[in-house]
Write a protein that binds this ligand. Structure first.
Ligand SMILES: *[C@@H]1O[C@H](CO)[C@@H](O)[C@H](O)[C@H]1NC(C)=O
Ligand SMILES: *[C@@H]1O[C@H](CO)[C@@H](O)[C@H](O)[C@H]1NC(C)=O
Ligand SMILES: *[C@@H]1O[C@H](CO)[C@@H](O)[C@H](O)[C@H]1NC(C)=O
Ligand SMILES: *[C@@H]1O[C@H](CO)[C@@H](O)[C@H](O)[C@H]1NC(C)=O
Ligand SMILES: *[C@@H]1O[C@H](CO)[C@@H](O)[C@H](O)[C@H]1NC(C)=O
Ligand SMILES: *[C@@H]1O[C@H](CO)[C@@H](O)[C@H](O)[C@H]1NC(C)=O
Ligand SMILES: *[C@@H]1O[C@H](CO)[C@@H](O)[C@H](O)[C@H]1NC(C)=O
Ligand SMILES: *[C@@H]1O[C@H](CO)[C@@H](O)[C@H](O)[C@H]1NC(C)=O
Length: 370
């Protein structure tokens, strides 16, 4: 009986938290993608160091988010591989983190974590350190902190930054967790990131563009480049949005994405030992080489993914593209995300109300049991 009571305690605390802080769920991103595999992905997070750029070097941001490699941070920001860790961080900086969907919402998986220092409050951590990517309620709920004003110095907290792995209108996208700067408009954000107003409103379940707030944590789906990666390759889910690149195949291959072609553009990473990286060829062409067969057609040795079942192999094959046709196709003329999946704001509010009601009833039930 006593054991049952103690087991109920965290639930009770959660109920109290829910009651005290309804805005805790405001910045949750829908993430329905399910296992196997589709429930995890790499998401992009925007980070503007709150105390200005003076203290924010790439190395400091890498440490804050526990990023495994400096090169990965450079790649997410489209910065040259020669950029030193002491370089100032561009604002906002893009951070690539693993995302996990669970129970219909997404949060960065296990990272970042933060060790509480003397004088910290959850709100100072949420806004002063993590630039409003999370609320103090998010941190409290994720870490079972019952009193947000009382956190122990040295306590390790998981910072659950909202993210998503869901395709948008059937297209795989990279979700960008974007803290809205003052003076922004939905139209401006849509244009900056190559998406549409309708998509942003629908994905964020916003009734209209006027409801955008400065400091709001917005889910901006970024169109990723198409590729010829085999679906048996280890990196078959590789998604690279415009303005970033990625190091794959154990860093042996570097792939970029340009919004002029929307095709993945890969080549061997310069400066890596050729004894570790297998040579990738299509016949007598090397990975990344192109040749013009006619004035309109270009043949390219394209990246096909890598495998590691018997030995580490980089796949590549020839692909032909019609540059004359491609030049006539404007990327905006064929939007990656249609507005066909627009959600009815009224219906959403209704379901939200029903869910809230159930939560309240559940909480009352538990309270009465005590
Ligand atoms: C996610 O799941 C919810 C509830 O199951 C559903 O209402 C919603 O339409 C789903 N969203 C997507 C994008 O599939
Ligand atoms: C920014 O300043 C606030 C308040 O001075 C402090 O709590 C926070 O730790 C600082 N953030 C960083 C990343 O240095
Ligand atoms: C919080 O409590 C729940 C059970 O109420 C438990 O499943 C979860 O692991 C706990 N989380 C942390 C971070 O301690
Ligand atoms: C692609 O990225 C470039 C450079 O980062 C940027 O100027 C351009 O607006 C982006 N295009 C789209 C459609 O996002
Ligand atoms: C390569 O990718 C492009 C665009 O994604 C596609 O049109 C083409 O059919 C693919 N080629 C092969 C050989 O898979
Ligand atoms: C090119 O390679 C990809 C991945 O290895 C494969 O799916 C596709 O069928 C190949 N296409 C051709 C024309 O060989
Ligand atoms: C073909 O690719 C190899 C390896 O990346 C590179 O060294 C070489 O310069 C390329 N050749 C041409 C003609 O682009
Ligand atoms: C191949 O897989 C093995 C075991 O799964 C792993 O230890 C090794 O690092 C992998 N090698 C490469 C090149 O990915």
């Amino acid at each position: 009986m006593a054991a049952a009571r103690t087991a109920l305690l965290p639930l009770l605390l959660l109920c109290l938290l829910l009651a005290a802080a309804p805005s805790a769920w405001a910045a949750r991103f829908a993430c329905n993608a399910t296992a196997p595999r589709a429930n995890t992905c790499q998401a992009l997070i925007s980070y503007s160091p709150p105390n200005g750029t003076a203290t924010a070097t790439l190395a400091a941001v890498r440490a804050l988010f526990q990023l495994r490699s400096h090169r990965g941070l450079l790649a997410a920001n489209g910065l040259p591989l020669s950029t030193p860790p002491t370089a100032p961080a561009p604002t906002p900086l893009r951070v690539r983190l693993p995302c996990l969907c669970s129970g219909g919402a997404g949060a960065t998986f296990q990272r970042p974590t933060y060790r509480v220092r003397a004088g910290d409050t959850l709100d100072a951590i949420a806004r002063g350190v993590f630039a409003g990517l999370v609320t103090f309620q998010d941190i409290a709920a994720a870490n079972n902190v019952s009193d947000p004003n009382k956190v122990a110095v040295g306590q390790q907290l998981w910072i659950p930054v909202p993210c998503s792995c869901d395709p948008v209108a059937g297209q795989p996208v990279v979700h960008y967790t974007y803290v809205v700067p003052a003076g922004s408009s939905v139209a401006g954000i849509a244009q900056e990131f190559g998406t549409t107003e309708e998509t942003i409103l629908a994905v964020n379940k916003m009734p209209d563009a006027k409801s955008l707030l400065a400091g709001q944590v917005l889910d901006v789906p970024l169109r990723a480049c198409g590729s010829n990666i085999s679906n048996t390759a280890v990196d078959r889910n590789l998604l690279v949005p415009n303005g970033t690149y990625i190091l794959t195949a154990n860093n042996c291959v570097m792939c970029g994405c340009s919004s002029s072609t929307w095709q993945l553009d890969c080549q061997p990473t310069q400066g890596l030992s050729s004894s570790f990286c297998p040579v990738a060829k299509c016949g007598d062409m090397f990975l990344g080489n192109t040749s013009s067969t006619s004035s309109c057609e270009t043949t390219k040795c394209s990246y096909g993914g890598y495998t590691n079942t018997t030995s580490f192999t980089i796949l590549a094959n020839l692909t032909t593209s019609n540059v004359c046709n491609a030049a006539g196709m404007s990327p905006t003329a064929q939007p990656a995300h249609s507005s066909a999946f627009r959600l009815e704001p009224a219906r959403w509010r209704w379901t939200e109300l029903v869910v809230s009601l159930h939560v309240v009833l559940l909480c009352l039930g538990y309270l009465r049991q005590d």
